[in-house]
Design a protein around this ligand. Structure first.
Ligand code: DX5
Ligand code: ZN
Length: 218
C-alpha cells in the first residue's frame, strides 16, 4: 500500500488549517510535520503548539519529523500534542536506543531518519524496534531542493533489510519527490512519499480542489 504524505512546510501558514484539510480531502494519507530548530538544521519552523492546533482537524496520521538537537526533551510534548509517528535523526541523539524507547513509551510509533550521507549501519541493533525508516533524498533544512539520485540505491538496500526482518516497517522518502520521479522511487522500494513543494505549489489559493490532480497523479 502506498501513502502520500504532504509536508506542510510548503503550505501557506496563514491558512494552515485549510491547507491540512484540503490535501486530505484530495486523497493524501498522512500529514508530514517538519520540525527544525536552527541548530541541527539551518532553519526554524513549527513546534508542538502547531501540532496541537491541527490535531482536531483530522484523524489522519501526523508524522512528526524532528530535525532538532537534542531530541529527547521535546518528544513527550509532541506525543501530548497528538503526533502518531515521531522520527528523529540518529546524529541528533546521544543514546539512540533510549530515544526509540522514549517515543514508544509515549504511545507513538518510532522512526529513524537517514541523511544522504548517513550510513544504514545505524539500523544494525535497532531495526526490530522501528516502525518507520525515513530516507532523506535532500539534505534536511529546506523544501524545494533537488532529489539526490543516490537515495534510490539506499532505498533498495533498506527495502532488503526490511523484507529480511519480516517486520511491518514503513519505508518513507523525503525530499524532491515529484509526479515525474515518484514511480521510480516506488520501484526502489519506498511505500510512503513525502512531498512538500510539488503538492503545495499546485493551483490557486482560492480553489479548494487545487490539490486533487497532483495528488491523484502521485
Ligand atoms: C526537508 C524536509 C522535507 C521537505 C520536503 O528537510 O524534511 O519534508 O519539506 O520538501 P520538498 O518536497 O519540497 O523537497
Ligand atoms: Zn521531512
Amino acid at each position: 500500500m502506498y501513502r502520500i504524505a504532504p509536508s506542510i512546510l510548503s503550505a501557506n501558514f496563514a491558512r494552515l488549517g485549510e491547507e491540512v484539510t484540503q490535501v486530505l480531502d484530495s486523497g493524501a494519507d498522512i500529514i508530514h510535520f517538519d520540525v527544525m530548530d536552527n541548530h541541527y538544521v539551518p532553519n526554524l519552523t513549527i513546534g508542538p503548539l502547531v501540532c496541537e492546533a491541527i490535531r482536531p482537524l483530522t484523524k489522519a496520521i501526523i508524522d512528526v519529523h524532528l530535525m532538532v538537537e537534542p531530541v529527547d526533551r521535546i518528544i513527550p510534548d509532541f506525543a501530548k500534542a497528538g503526533a502518531n509517528i515521531i522520527s528523529f535523526h540518529p546524529e541528533a541523539s546521544r543514546h539512540i536506543d533510549r530515544t526509540i524507547g522514549l517515543i514508544k513509551e509515549q504511545g507513538c510509533k518510532a522512526g529513524m531518519v537517514f541523511n544522504p550521507a548517513t550510513p544504514l549501519s545505524y539500523l544494525d541493533h535497532v531495526l526490530d524496534k522501528l516502525d518507520l525508516i525515513l530516507i532523506m533524498s535532500v539534505n534536511p533544512g529546506f523544501g524545494g531542493q533537488a532529489f539526490i539520485p543516490e537515495a534510490l540505491n539506499k532505498l533498495r538496500l533498506t527495502r532488503e533489510r526490511i523484507n529480511a526482518s519480516g517486520r511491518d516497517i514503513l519505508l518513507e522518502i523525503d525530499g524532491g519527490v515529484k509526479v515525474s520521479n515518484i514511480a521510480e522511487i516506488a520501484r526502489a522500494g519506498a511505500d510512503t512519499f513525502v512531498a512538500g513543494s510539488a503538492i503545495y505549489s499546485a493551483g490557486k489559493d482560492s480553489d479548494p480542489h487545487r490539490y486533487d490532480s497532483v495528488i491523484a497523479a502521485m
